[in-house]
Ligand binder design. Structure first.
Ligand SMILES: O=C(O)c1ccccc1NCC(=O)[C@H](O)[C@H](O)COP(=O)(O)O
Length: 195
């Protein structure tokens, strides 16, 4: 089970996620209480070993802005929320970035439809910690896709049973307050997702 811990902004939480075995960490570089600057994202990304995918998270920015921020941060992947033309994905892929397409369940759920490497099927409001009907996507995407939206250490097993994803992604569910991560919750989430 691939696990991504998203919305990290403090070194101690990057270290906790890496030590607990996260496969990917998300650094939010768009409007959000979790937003980090490109230079802060670079500091955080540098703490992750090379086997951990570092993901810059964007929503609606022009592709040139995404390119500049991702390159300044030195992340290995970009996660695009919102509508982007296929050409945006191609332009970013040509830079060697891993592409993550984040959508709600009513979108095109074919993995690779936009040449992305990874699909995230999320709640309608990304990063809001809102659970949704995870059974609605069971058997729909195939390949490498992550389930997200309202997951936490207490419900992630149930969500995995409901949707049968390839991996999971969490942000709010490992926080003690909006935008404030907790190392113990990060560890619990990883344990529960893989139990
Ligand atoms: O975290 C944000 O505030 C955010 C803002 C805009 C676009 C994406 C954002 N976050 C993405 C994620 O944290 C995850 O990919 C996912 O939505 C998980 O969210 P949650 O329901 O909070 O676990």
């Amino acid at each position: 089970m691939f696990v991504k811990i998203c919305g990290l902004s403090e070194p101690e939480h990057v270290e906790a996620a890496v030590e607990a075995g996260a496969d990917a960490i998300g650094l939010v570089m768009t409007a959000s209480p979790r937003r980090v600057t490109p230079s802060r994202a670079a500091e955080l990304a540098a703490l992750a070993p090379s086997h951990v995918l570092t993901v810059g998270v964007f929503m609606g920015e022009p592709v040139e802005e995404v390119r500049q921020a991702a390159q300044a941060a030195g992340v290995g992947a970009v996660q695009l929320h919102g509508r982007h033309p296929h050409a945006d994905f191609t332009a970013l892929k040509d830079l060697g970035l891993t592409l993550v397409r984040a959508v709600a369940a009513d979108a095109d759920l074919r993995t690779g439809a936009f040449d992305e490497d990874l699909l995230i099927v999320d709640a309608p409001r990304a990063g809001a910690g809102e659970p949704w009907d995870w059974t609605a996507v069971r058997g729909r995407p195939s390949g490498n896709w992550l389930l997200a939206g309202g997951l936490d250490p207490g419900n992630v097993r149930q969500a995995i049973e409901a949707a049968r994803p390839w991996g999971v992604d969490v942000s709010s569910g490992v926080e003690v307050a909006r935008g404030v991560k907790d190392s113990a919750l990060i560890r619990s989430f990883l344990r529960a997702a893989r139990s």
